[in-house]
Design a protein around this ligand. Structure first.
Ligand code: SF4
Length: 144
């Protein structure tokens, strides 16, 4: 199978804090499959490290109040092109770009609300199935 995956889950140090969130169990599951790593925020031209971003009133805004919606939308669109023929994608939960099902509420206080990140929304809109690293059981079934 061909699977799109958030680059930080695959071990790339692309997060806002310069770290990754490599998920060893997930990567073990994916062995033998083709993976396509994508990072909407890097594709948007953002630096590492960078200010954290949260979604508020339909916009993507940095902790310092900069509206980066347009950049993030463009970068996410480029990532969408990269994964368009994947069987499904596995995205990093809670991210304003990759988060699926719930995201931070825009107050930069760690509070989660129902919602999807900018890139996750685009995937859903194109009918691409989205999982997160929290869906290991379901992903395992998909891979069988
Ligand atoms: S945009 Fe997605 S892939 Fe990039 S660091 Fe954030 S969660 Fe990871």
């Amino acid at each position: 199978m061909k699977i799109g995956i958030s680059a930080c889950l695959a071990g790339d140090s692309v997060r806002y804090d310069g770290r990754h969130k490599k998920d060893d169990i997930l990567m073990e599951l994916l062995k033998g499959h083709e993976i396509v790593k994508i990072c909407p925020e890097m594709e948007s031209g953002f630096t590492v490290p960078r200010d954290t971003i949260e979604l508020t009133d339909g916009k993507a805004v940095t902790k310092n109040g900069k509206d980066v919606s347009d950049e993030l939308s463009e970068g996410s669109g480029r990532c969408l092109e990269m994964i368009k023929d994947c069987d499904f994608v596995i995205l990093k939960s809670r991210s304003p770009s990759c988060g699926y099902g719930f995201v931070y509420d825009g107050s930069f206080s760690g509070k989660l609300i129902d919602g999807n990140g900018v890139f996750a929304k685009m995937c859903i809109g194109k009918g691409i199935r989205v999982f997160t690293e929290l869906d290991l059981d379901r992903i395992e079934k998909e891979l069988k």
